[in-house]
Design a protein around this ligand. Structure first.
Ligand SMILES: [Zn+2]
Length: 88
C-alpha cells in the first residue's frame, strides 16, 4: 500500500492528502511564502485548497498565530490570489 502523507488544515483541523492542501512556509530567513512546489525549507502550515478554509485563513489572519509573528499583508494578498486560482 502506498503511503500518502497526511497533513492537517490549520483552519478546519481535518487531515487530508497533501495534494488537497496549500502549503505556506516560514523560511529560515523569516519570510513567509506560499509554497507551490512543496520543496521550500522551513516550518510549514497547511490550509485546504477550498474557498472556505482559505477565506477564513485570510479573514482571521490565522498564519499570524501559527507562525507567532505579524505577517505582511502581501502574504494574505497572495493567499487571496491563490484562492482565485485554486478555489474553483
Ligand atoms: Zn480546512
Amino acid at each position: 500500500m502506498k503511503h500518502v502523507p497526511m497533513r492537517s488544515c490549520i483552519v478546519c483541523r481535518e487531515c487530508k492528502d497533501k495534494s488537497e492542501l496549500l502549503r505556506v512556509v516560514r523560511r529560515p530567513d523569516g519570510a513567509v511564502v506560499i509554497d507551490r512546489t512543496g520543496k521550500e525549507a522551513g516550518r510549514g502550515a497547511y490550509v485546504c485548497k477550498n474557498g472556505d478554509c482559505m477565506a477564513t485563513a485570510v479573514k482571521k489572519r490565522v498564519f499570524n498565530r501559527t507562525f507567532k509573528q505579524q505577517l505582511d499583508n502581501s502574504v494574505y494578498d497572495a493567499l487571496a490570489a491563490a484562492m482565485e486560482d485554486d478555489g474553483k
